[in-house]
Design a binder for this molecule. Structure first.
Ligand SMILES: [Zn+2]
Length: 143
C-alpha cells in the first residue's frame, strides 16, 4: 500500500449483504432465528449456536457510544488531513456493537453515552457506515 490511499474493508460472501445495504442507505445486521440472537460482524454461521439460520435485518441506525478514542497521529499519509478524528465502539439499539468513526462533530467533544445515528460516506466504490451525534455538541471551551 502506498500510504496515500485509505484502506477499504474486505468484501466476502458473508459481508456482501452488509455492504450492499450501505450502498442502499441501510445499516444491516444478522439475526439468528435458532437462538434469537443478533450478531455483528457478519458470519456464515451463528457465533453462539453454530447454525446457519441467519437472516438479515435493517437497523434503525441509532445507538450509543460505548467507548471511543481520538486519533491525533495519522496511521498513514492518507489520513493526515483527517486528524484529529474520533473512532468509537457504538452499541446499536438492536443489540450489536460496531467500530466506526464519529464524524461531522468536534472529535474532542465526543463522550461515552452520546446518542449517535448512522451516516453513509462513499469512499471509492464502497460506502462506509459512520456515525454522527444526534444532538450536536457545542464546541468545548479551550483555554
Ligand atoms: Zn444462533
Amino acid at each position: 500500500m502506498s500510504g496515500t490511499e485509505k484502506p477499504l474493508p474486505p468484501m466476502t460472501a458473508e459481508t456482501r449483504p452488509f455492504w450492499d445495504g450501505c450502498r442502499a442507505g441501510e445499516l444491516r445486521y444478522q439475526y439468528c432465528r435458532a437462538c434469537d440472537r443478533v450478531q455483528f460482524y457478519p458470519r456464515s454461521i451463528c457465533a453462539r449456536c453454530g447454525r446457519s439460520a441467519l437472516e438479515w435485518r435493517r437497523s434503525n441506525g441509532t445507538g450509543t457510544v460505548y467507548a471511543f478514542t481520538v486519533v491525533y497521529r495519522p496511521p498513514s499519509a492518507a489520513f493526515a488531513a483527517d486528524v484529529p478524528y474520533a473512532i468509537a465502539l457504538v452499541d446499536l439499539d438492536e443489540g450489536f456493537r460496531m467500530m466506526t468513526n464519529v464524524i461531522d462533530c468536534d472529535p474532542e467533544a465526543v463522550a461515552i453515552g452520546d446518542r449517535v445515528r448512522v451516516v453513509f460516506e462513499r469512499r471509492a466504490d464502497t460506502v462506509l457506515p459512520h456515525f454522527t451525534p444526534v444532538h450536536p455538541h457545542t464546541p468545548k471551551e479551550r483555554g
